[in-house]
Design a protein around this ligand. Structure first.
Ligand code: UDX
Length: 416
């Protein structure tokens, strides 16, 4: 099939290269010329495990361009542009509205599939009128329109593309349903067909539930810490109940990244607009915002006065295997240390360049070992290589559970 992908962020590029690997002919439409050049020279526009290899393997099956005109040759058009948060937490639809406008200009009888995360009713009430106005055609009759959420985790997005737990397809017209059924026919996971707004809600409810699970783990973890109980053992015991499930149950310094904080805020805002006070969702955010400060409290238990002290930070990305620092828990932690007059020396295998844009004033080490020569070492991301360091004789406060660090002279886990 001829597939177009509008927007080549991590969702767009992984989805497009995934479809190329499955034998489809893929065009990326991207406004950023630099990204276009990178893709056409087989270089991933983002760091994502396995992506470069897959791009090289599928050379000739995809191309990138800044020209929307290529949409005329497509059968299916995926919209994968970003939907970031505005300052008030509500969702910023400017990029996706702009994309819909451009797509509309080249729309005949193709299927438009929205993949960007958007709140229920956005596809039908906001994007559909734009597409119809620009194309002069009627959705669900003269062109197809669908919503197909992504559940890709950064860092394992390529694996997740080929091994989904489920595929959710929201359609209101048979033409879109049939084409998407065919496009996804090589996947043997459960496929759920719903209407468009249900599919939009499934995405938000999934992320809200996962975020809730983490904040729940952190709240129980904080209680465990005071009682001298290892919350990891507790959650192993709890997770064995099949209704609960052991995965995604790690207590620590909370969730970051481009999805959970943004999606939760948007859902809270939407609920409030509807006259609902989303108490649980707000509590999930509150616990998450407080959690990095638990690590600072533990640090200050050992070093009450941070002024002039050298604090080593291991890990800056919001999780391992990515260079992404968006909403990383390292941000409020570094901010607090600097506020209290501490000096920070930090190391991360991938995220230094991105973190440096936010904190140009701290010192960045080339090797993890250099960070260990500090008054205290904080572990903020569980990169594999941190399991190989020598922590003997050090003061370590661990926000992510790196087992090897327990050999430190003084070791504190944030929830264990
Ligand atoms: C998430 C969803 O998992 C994915 O389905 C969706 O499409 C996009 O958002 P991602 O943001 O890549 O993916 O990261 P994820 O692996 O879910 O982790 C999010 C954050 O939660 C990280 O900061 C991670 O450190 C933290 N986390 C995760 C925990 O603190 N404990 C856990 O048990 C799991």
């Amino acid at each position: 099939m001829k597939v177009s992908i509008v927007g080549s962020g991590y969702v767009g590029i992984v989805t497009g290269i995934g479809f190329a690997e499955l034998g489809h002919e893929v065009s990326f439409i991207e406004v950023d010329k630099d990204k276009v050049n990178r893709i056409n020279s087989l270089q991933p526009p983002i760091f994502e495990k396995g992506l470069e290899k897959l791009m090289k393997k599928n050379e000739g099956r995809f191309r990138a361009t800044t020209e929307y005109r290529v949409l005329e040759e497509s059968e299916v058009i995926f919209i994968c542009v970003g939907t970031p948060s505005k300052n008030d937490g509500s969702i910023d639809l400017n990029f996706i509205k702009e994309a819909a406008k451009e797509v509309g200009k080249f729309l005949e009888d193709q299927i438009v599939v929205v993949k960007s995360t958007v709140l229920p009713d956005t596809t039908e009430n906001i994007l559909k009128p734009i597409l119809e106005k620009e194309s002069g055609r009627v959705a669900f009759e003269e062109f197809g329109l669908a919503y197909n959420p992504e559940f890709l985790r950064e860092g394992s997005a390529v694996y997740d593309f080929f091994n989904p737990d489920r595929i959710v397809i929201g359609t209101n017209d048979l033409m879109s349903k049939n084409i998407l059924e065919e496009l996804y026919s090589q996947f043997d996971c459960p496929k759920l067909f719903t209407n468009i707004k249900t599919a939009e809600m499934i995405k938000y409810a999934s992320n809200a539930f996962l975020a809730t699970k983490i904040s729940f783990a952190n709240e129980i973890g904080n209680i465990c810490k005071i009682l001298g109980i290892d919350s990891y053992e507790v959650f192993r015991g709890v997770g064995l109940d099949h209704r609960i499930n052991p995965s995604f149950f790690r207590a620590g310094i909370g969730f970051g990244g481009s999805c959970f904080p943004k999606d939760l805020k948007a859902l809270i805002k939407k609920a409030e607009e509807l006259g609902i006070n989303p108490k649980i969702l707000k509590a999930v955010m509150n616990v998450n915002e407080r959690q990095p400060m638990k690590l600072i409290e533990l640090l200050k238990k050992h070093i009450p006065e941070l002024n002039g002290k050298k604090i080593g930070v291991l890990g800056l990305s919001f999780k391992p295997d990515t260079d992404d620092v968006r909403d990383s828990r390292a941000i409020p932690i570094v901010e607090e240390i600097l506020k209290e007059g501490g000096k920070v020396i930090a190391y991360d295998p991938k995220a230094v360049d991105n973190f440096r844009r936010i904190f140009p004033q701290i010192t960045y080490a080339d090797k993890a070992e250099d960070v260990l020569e500090s008054d205290a070492v904080l572990i903020l991301t569980e990169w594999d290589e941190f399991e190989k360091l020598n922590y003997k004789g050090k003061l370590v406060i661990d926000g992510r559970r790196v087992e090897k660090a327990k050999e430190a002279a003084v070791y504190e886990g944030v929830c264990w």
